[in-house]
Design a protein around this ligand. Structure first.
Ligand SMILES: Nc1nc2c(ncn2[C@@H]2O[C@H](COP(=O)(O)OP(=O)(O)OP(=O)(O)O)[C@@H](O)[C@H]2O)c(=O)[nH]1
Ligand SMILES: [Mg+2]
Length: 171
């Protein structure tokens, strides 16, 4: 019988969380994106998530409720709220920007210590030239072999689906 799961999609600023959810969601995603008002170095995108994204997808008999977090630390008050009663989470990292690795490490700590649930790390933006491989990202994040890291391209449905299917198998 199919189950209903709450999955949190987290990761540093601009890792691709909103795009990940929009690519796979069966319904119009409820997002809370606002214009970026402050200049952020190296960032060309116009919008950022300030509270959450919400999407939903039917996957092999199961229903996944996808809750995306804001990436910017000044909206971190939302993280606890979104993490409540989650069944698992996906942590996206921009593989083309390893400067965000420290932030990703902090997020892994925050989310694993809040709730002991299965999680998968998605080495996102694999389509960008020069992106770090999942193996390289694993070394940068200093995580052990027990944690699963999968390659990902957030704009590709098959790719997002693979990541979520893998996570669901662990639930
Ligand atoms: N090439 C490439 N670009 C991506 C990919 N995923 C996301 N992007 C781009 O990266 C930028 C950030 O994507 P978002 O989905 O806004 O990232 P986010 O994690 O929701 O960002 P915040 O909410 O601001 O923390 C956008 O310009 C996306 O189009 C990917 O897999 N490949
Ligand atoms: Mg976002």
């Amino acid at each position: 019988m199919g189950k209903i799961y709450k999955i949190v999609v987290t990761g540093p600023f601009s890792a691709g969380k909103t795009k990940f959810i929009k690519t796979i969601s069966d319904i119009d995603v409820v997002s809370t994106e606002r214009k970026i008002t402050r200049r952020i170095e190296g960032i060309t995108k116009k919008m950022t998530t300030v509270a959450m994204d919400y999407g939903r997808v039917a996957l092999d008999d199961h229903i996944l409720h996808l809750h995306g977090t804001p990436g910017q630390a000044r909206f971190d008050f939302m993280w606890d709220i979104l993490a409540q009663e989650m069944d698992g989470f996906v942590l996206l990292v921009d593989s083309s920007d390893l400067d965000t690795v420290d932030e990703a490490k902090e997020l892994i700590k925050t989310f694993t210590s809040a709730h002991a649930v299965p999680y998968v790390i998605a080495a996102n933006k694999q389509d960008v030239e020069g992106a770090a491989s999942p193996a390289k990202l694993r070394r940068a994040l200093e995580i052990g072999p027990e944690v699963l890291i999968m390659p990902c391209v957030s704009g590709r449905k098959t790719s997002v689906k693979q990541v979520l299917q893998q996570l669901v198998e662990m639930l």
